[in-house]
Each structure stands twice: as C-alpha cells, then as structure tokens.
Ligand binder design. Structure first.
Ligand SMILES: Nc1ncnc2c1ncn2[C@@H]1O[C@H](COP(=O)(O)OP(=O)(O)OP(=O)(O)O)[C@@H](O)[C@H]1O
Length: 607
C-alpha cells in the first residue's frame, strides 16, 4: 500500500466540489466575484503606471490627475476585495469543514460492526480523513487562487508578448519542469504522511495517556511519566525524521527551481536594457517588461503551487472519500426482513468464531438455545468466550461459521439497527460518558422522558444518589468538563465523579430503560456492587427477568443459581447445560466452581 488513496482524483474532486457547494453556495459565489476583482486589479495598475510614466517622460501632463484618481480607485478596490475575500474564504472553510466532518462521522457510526476499529490501517486512514476535513474549503481557495493567477498570468503574458513574444514563450516553458517535479513531490509527501501515520497515532496515544485522568493514578504511582514521555518523543522523532527528509528534498528542488527563474528573469533584464539602449523600446516599455516578467513568473509560481496544492489536498481528501464510501463492514440486508416480537427463542447453531484468520478460535461449534421467556446464565473461565458470544448476539461480528437464528430467521437477514432495537444490554465494559447524570441514563433510550429516566434510576437503586448531587440529575458526571453556563450568569457547576459501583448501577438504569425489549443481556452487571446492592440488584433483575428472554453472565455463581438454565462454556464449546441442581449433581466443572466459591463464604461464616 503506497498510502495514496485508491479513490480517483476526479472522484475526490467531484465530491469536494459538491460538499462545498451544498455547504456554502452564496459564500462561494461571493468569493468567486471578489477574486475576479482581485485578479483584474494588478494588470490594471500596471497599465495605469505605464501610462503615468509615458506621460511624464513625454511631457503630457494633462491627464495625469485622472490617471492618479484611477490608480487610487483601483488600489482601494484591490484592498477591499482582499478583506472581503478573507472573510468569505474563512466562512466557506468553516461551513465545508463542518459538513465534511458530519459526513465522516455519520459514515463511521453507521458501520454496523466493530472490526474496523480493530484494524490499524483503517484507523490510520480515519485520522488522515479527519485531518482532511478542511480540504474541500481549502480547495476552493486553492482553485480560486489558481484562477486568479491564471488571469493575472494571461494579462502579464499578453503584455510581455507585445514587447517580446519569444521571451514570453521561454518564461512559460521554464515552468514546465517545476510542474512535473512538484507533482512528484506531492505524491511523495502524501505517501510520507501515510507512512508516519502509525507513529503519529502512537504519539497521540502516549500524549493522551499523560493528559487525561484515566491513567493518572498508575502513571504517578508507578512513576511512568518518564517512560511515556520517552515513548512519545521516540515516535515524534520517527515522524520528524521522515518529515525532515521530505522537507530537505523539497528545499533542494525549490532552490534549483528558483535558480532557473532568476536566470530567466536576469536574461530578460539584460535584453531589455540592451534594447532600450538601442532605442528599440522606450522607458515605459522597460518598466512594463520588467513588471511583466516578474508578474508572469510570480503568477506562474502561484499557479503551479496552487495546482500542486490542490493535487495534494485531493490526494489526502481521497482518504475521506474512501472512509465515507467504504460501505458496510458486515453484509447488511437492506431492507432487512421484518422482525416480529420474539416468540420461540434464539438459537446458536454450530457457531464458530475467531477475531481474525490468524487468531485462535474463541468459539468452536457452540450449539445453544435461548428459549423465549427464559433466562440463561453463561458461566466459564476468563477468556472462555462469554462476552464474545454476546457480541455475536448483538451482531457486532458475524460468526465465522454457523448461524444465529431469531425465531428461526438468520440474524444476517435482519437490518442490524432493527435487531439492536430489540435488545437491552449492560456490557461488562460499559461506558461512563462525560455527560450529565440524566443523559448518562437516557443514552439507553434517547426518546425517554425525564420521569422514565428517574424511574429507571429508582429501579437500579441509584435515584437517591443522583438526586443528592449538587444539581441533581443535571450534574455533570465528569471533573474534566463543566455543565453549560448557568442562565443567571453564575459560574457553571463543577461536575462530580461516581464510584465504580454507582457507575454500574447507572449502567443498569440504562438497561431498565429498555426493559420492554425482547432480549436482555447482562454481562457482569453486579461485579462492582457491594453485597447489599448486589442482593438488591439481583432481586430487581430477577423480577425484571421473570418471563423475559435474557442472558446473564456472572462469575458470582450465587447470582446465577436461580436462572432457568445454566450453560458452562469451556474450550469454545458448551460443556454443561442444565439447572443449578442438575449441574451440581453432575459434579463437573460447574459443581467444582460453585462448591469452591461457596466454601469461601462458608468458612468465613463458620469462623
Ligand atoms: N476484540 C478482540 N480481538 C481479538 N481477540 C479478542 C477480542 N476480544 C476478546 N478476544 C479474545 O477472545 C477470547 C474470549 O474473550 P471474551 O471476552 O469473550 O471472554 P470472557 O469469557 O467474556 O472472559 P471474562 O470472564 O474474562 O470476561 C479471549 O482469549 C480474548 O483474548
């Protein structure tokens, strides 16, 4: 992979143009207009100056006053156009960047699966795509700057051709190598950006670790600051080495190209002086010639730079185009099959799964039925594949082999969003959002009214804690952000942090908000709760689960014993399946785990 996106330049250009036009049609038009004015003024000024000089040299002073007024008017127009252009350019930039970012993150969150987030190449591409969010806006600027230079170039070139056509051709021809070399450099720069992507991402990762509270405790206790800084700087050095090499190459090329330009301009000046001395051209012509050569060269420079910049911006924007047009990461049926309420149950038929072709099998032929209206508890050692099975049920990944059937329908035939609407879940690694307490519960169902949010908090046993917070449910659950400034102008309230168990109850409240769904998934819902809270939570969950289809994962076997069925996962397969008394009587792994855990409690009690 060269790092140059596969999305073609034309496709990227069309997409960027469409984005900009839809984001800011009036501003683009205005910017175009002031650019035209800006482009015309230098040529007008050059002709006016020539007229003034010729008038002075020839002693014709009659029209000089009017010429001076014309110079002032054109100068004012040029200055105004510059300021208006700056404003319009910035606005086009802002609007287009917002649209591009929206499009990018809509595409990223639309992807139904998780595999892309575990693919380093995708993450590198996503980072470059994020960096290119401003490129469509910049492209307008670049294109207009190219158009402006093209107009200026045409004006100066015509003026130069009037005086010396052959020399005009030489100046233009001398720019051809620059174009070819700069295009090549552009491709190399984009490839370099791709190559240093992993180092840049790692550098950002180390910086993030040091700058956020998540790792602050361990960094201080283990004294990791120096280690992480060292790693960060090493990555930065790697990236800088590549950048420096590129910059040096560019410097050498630019210096050579500048040398060619200077030589051409110098030769022109010699010719003009000789021609003026011979009387073939006048003083005004010399001034015009010198201005025209400088004008042509500088316009050509800008034109070439703009073209090359546009090329580079489009190449990088190609990463955005690839991300937003990547399609689904799992085969998705659209429209999927209608999904009536669950009646019979969910069945895993010979399900095999591994996270990648080069990774070990996690599930190896799991056969399991989750009957409608029953709770199945899933137990097994760490790494047995319990959470993986849950991820397959939510269709974050597809089984590598085998099928999962919802009332007999393969879940691959159902649109993932429809399937997920039917599921409530507390994941083992649930997210503590840096949002308010109310929002942290409402993420379980964004349509929920405040009274439902409060009821869910009551069900999860967290209402009294939340209502006692400084601003109740409106309190930010973060020390890194403040809530919105208060309307009365008071300082915004600082947020608070919850304890681990309190967060877990909050995550439970999210699931309670979805308690009407067909399938309830509880992956270690009570591991951080104190014994009273755990007891209460399981009483509530038991009531909630009654008559519902659910899957409960827990290492606290006391919490799973009253499940309708207990399934033990071992070596990627179902090794035991039955009720608590049956599995105890079997005397196999479950009985051993249960007896060992129970013994711990019994010993303490008898002691
Ligand atoms: N995203 C992933 N990519 C690669 N391997 C993974 C991924 N997630 C989990 N695994 C691997 O899959 C195996 C099963 O993990 P899983 O989280 O399903 O186990 P578990 O039974 O839930 O364990 P625990 O009881 O510790 O929560 C583990 O060996 C783990 O390393």
């Amino acid at each position: 992979m060269t790092g140059v996106p596969r999305a073609g330049l034309l496709r990227s250009a069309a997409r960027a143009a469409g984005t900009v036009w839809r984001a800011a049609p009036f501003h683009v038009t205005g910017y175009l207009a002031v650019t035209l004015v800006g482009a015309a003024t230098p040529v007008a000024l050059a002709w006016l100056t020539k007229a003034v000089l010729d008038g002075v040299a020839g002693g014709h002073t009659d029209g000089l006053l009017w010429l001076a007024v014309a110079v002032a008017v054109v100068g004012t127009a040029a200055a105004t156009a510059t300021h208006a252009g700056q404003y319009l350019r910035a606005e086009v930039d802002r609007r287009a960047a917002m649209r591009t970012k929206d499009e990018l993150f809509a595409a990223v969150s639309r992807a139904p699966g998780l595999a892309r987030f575990e693919n380093p190449a995708f993450l590198d591409r996503l980072r470059l795509a994020q960096q290119s969010a401003r490129n469509p806006g910049r492209l307008v600027d670049t294109a207009l700057s190219a158009a402006r230079s093209a107009l200026t170039l045409a004006g100066f070139l015509a003026s130069l051709a009037v005086i010396n056509a052959a020399f005009a051709a030489i100046v233009v021809a001398s720019a051809v190598p620059a174009v070819l070399i700069e295009l090549r450099l552009s491709r190399q720069r984009v490839t370099m950006m791709w190559r240093i992507g992993p180092a840049e991402r790692r550098e950002m990762f180390y910086a993030h670790l040091m700058a956020t509270v998540d790792a602050a405790k361990e960094i201080r206790l283990f004294d990791l600051g120096g280690f992480l800084r060292g790693r960060m700087l090493a990555e930065l050095r790697t990236a800088n080495r590549e950048r420096r090499r590129m910059d040096r190459r560019e410097f050498a090329v630019q210096a050579s190209l500048a040398g060619i330009s200077a030589a051409v301009a110098g030769a022109g000046l010699v010719w003009a002086i000789v021609a003026a001395a011979d009387g073939r051209i006048g003083v005004g012509d010399v001034s015009m010639f010198v201005a025209a050569v400088a004008g042509v060269q500088s316009a050509l420079n800008v034109l070439v730079s703009a073209g090359v910049m546009a090329y580079e911006q489009l190449l990088v924007f190609g990463h955005h185009v690839e991300v937003v047009t990547a399609g689904d990461d799992l085969p998705v049926a659209r429209p999927g099959r209608a999904l009536p309420p669950l009646r019979r149950g969910i069945e895993l038929r010979d399900v095999w799964f591994r996270y990648g072709p080069d990774l070990p099998w996690v599930l190896q032929g799991v056969n399991l039925v989750l009957p409608h209206g029953q709770t199945v508890a899933l137990v097994g050692h760490n790494g047995a594949g319990k959470s993986t099975l849950v991820k397959l049920l939510c269709r974050f990944y597809d089984p590598t082999r085998g099928t999962i059937r919802w009332d007999g329908v393969d879940i691959r035939e159902i649109a993932p969003e429809e399937l997920r609407k039917r599921i409530a879940a507390v994941f083992q690694d649930f997210v503590a959002y840096e949002l308010t307490a109310a929002e942290n519960i409402a993420v379980g169902d964004l349509t929920a009214e405040p009274d439902r949010v409060e009821q869910a908090a009551r069900d999860a046993g967290i209402h009294s804690v939340l209502s006692a917070l400084p601003t109740g449910y409106a309190t930010m659950l973060s020390r890194g952000f403040t809530a919105e400034p208060a309307e009365d102008g008071d300082d915004p309230a600082t947020g608070v942090l919850l304890s681990g168990g309190q967060w877990q109850r909050l995550a439970l409240a999210r699931a309670f908000l979805r308690q009407d769904r067909d399938l309830m998934i509880l992956d270690e819902p009570s591991s951080g709760l104190d014994p009273d809270a755990e007891y209460e939570a399981h009483q509530r969950l038991r009531r909630l689960r009654a008559g519902r289809t659910g899957i409960l994962i827990s290492h606290r076997l006391g919490a799973v014993r009253d499940a309708d069925r207990i399934v033990v996962l071992a070596d990627g397969r179902v090794s035991e399946d039955g009720t608590h008394p049956v599995l105890l009587a079997n005397g196999a792994a479950y009985a051993r785990l249960f007896t060992r855990q129970a013994a711990g409690y019994r010993d303490e009690v008898s002691a």
